[in-house]
Design a protein around this ligand. Structure first.
Ligand code: IPM
Ligand code: MN
Length: 362
């Protein structure tokens, strides 16, 4: 019998539904070609539902989502809803409650895609950021005192446990061994770089650094270890992106450097990420946001959502189907699309989905 995957689809807000429809189109095309099934269930969590019912992502939904093999998310963010409510109530809640402790962000420049970096091409911009996804300043530890007075104090703590650090490092080392530059024939070594701030954050990044070298020495002597401060990491992303293979970092620095990564790989039209619980339910998303001003116009680029679907299939073990989707995306960027920018692709949103879906089916 053909394998069947239960997928929860959360199209969300703004252009989320449009790009998700194209990702689903491509998933179905890959499923047909590679003889597996996708059993899709839609959920309408997002800004519209919040405005109607006051509900973000209720506990009952979390319970429901645990029964799926994976979640495909479109975009969260609504112009009429104050910042933070949907992010915390939906995206971060899913990440925390489902313990999606890895945020995996490939930074890969596809052929034909324009990068703002002069004289850099696809061979130079091809690395992965493994961002820890549950700790740091994101835990909500902190508070106000004397709020609203001139003496007000706000504290928000960066928190890390050895357990959180170790499980993230383990994932990063294993990932490097499997997909590093040596493993994939792109270089001499498989290299994992820790991105931190050991010169100032002398508690949490001291913990990260000790854990990193202890685990590396003991269990991964075949993997080359490097260390970069976060500010230097930003510098080298721009100057020498070809230095990087796999990078592991905490939640906050990971948030910041992956936006820089997204820009050097061609921007929000192409960047995708996975919120992974390797032992549980993972959630995949284009990282571009809901782009409300383009809603319903059919001009937004669906490639990032399609890439999120591709990452989802890879994590479900459908690596061949995932590879085929990636190659079809590269065909689209190299041979078809004029630009990745909304309204400038030379095609509509659904035409881009058709190009990729048809290439996958070939
Ligand atoms: C991301 C986003 C989120 C984050 C926001 C929307 C809460 O920026 O996935 O990178 O900060 O993690
Ligand atoms: Mn971010």
């Amino acid at each position: 019998m053909a394998k069947s995957y239960k997928i929860a689809v959360m199209p969300g807000d703004g252009t989320g539904p449009e790009v998700t429809a194209e990702a689903v189109k491509v998933l179905k095309s890959a499923a047909d070609k590679f003889k597996f099934k996708v059993d899709l269930t839609n959920f309408d969590f997002g800004g519209e539902r919040y405005k109607r019912t006051g509900e973000t992502l209720p506990d009952s939904a979390i319970k429901e989502l645990r029964k799926f093999d994976a979640i495909l998310l479109g975009a969260i963010g609504h112009p009429d809803v104050a910042p933070g409510i949907l992010e915390k109530g939906i995206l971060l809640k899913a990440r925390f409650e489902l313990d999606q402790y890895i945020n995996l962000r490939p930074v890969k420049l596809y052929p034909g895609v324009e990068t703002p970096l002069k004289n850099k091409g696809p061979d130079d911009i091809n690395f992965v950021v493994v961002r820890e996804n549950t700790g740091d300043a994101y835990t909500g530890a902190g508070g106000f005192t004397m709020k609203g007075t001139p003496q007000e104090v706000a504290v928000q703590s960066a928190v890390y446990s050895r357990f959180q650090v170790d499980r993230c490092l383990k994932y990063a080392f294993e990932y490097t061994r499997k997909y590093g530059k040596k493993a994939t024939g792109r270089g001499e070594n498989n290299t994992l770089a820790l991105c931190g701030k050991t010169n100032v954050l002398t508690y949490i990044y001291d913990l990260w650094e000790r854990a990193f070298h202890e685990m590396g020495q003991k269990e991964y002597p075949d993997i080359k270890r490097e260390y970069y401060h976060v500010d230097a990491t930003c510098m080298w992303f721009v100057k020498n992106p070809e230095w990087f293979d796999v990078i592991v970092t905490g939640n906050m620095f990971g948030d910041i450097i992956t936006d820089l990564g997204a820009m050097i790989q061609g921007g929000m039209g192409i960047a995708a990420g996975g919120n992974l619980n390797p032992e549980g339910v993972s959630m995949f998303e284009p990282i571009g946001g809901s782009a409300p001003k383009y809603t319903g116009k059919g001009v937004i680029n669906p490639l990032a959502a399609i890439c999120a679907g591709q990452m989802m299939l890879a994590s479900l073990g459908e690596e061949k189907a995932a590879d085929t989707i990636e190659k079809a995306v590269m065909f689209a960027t190299a041979k078809k699309l004029k630009s990745l920018a909304a309204g400038k692709m030379g095609f509509s949103t659904s035409q881009v989905g058709d190009i990729v879906a048809e290439k996958v089916a070939e």
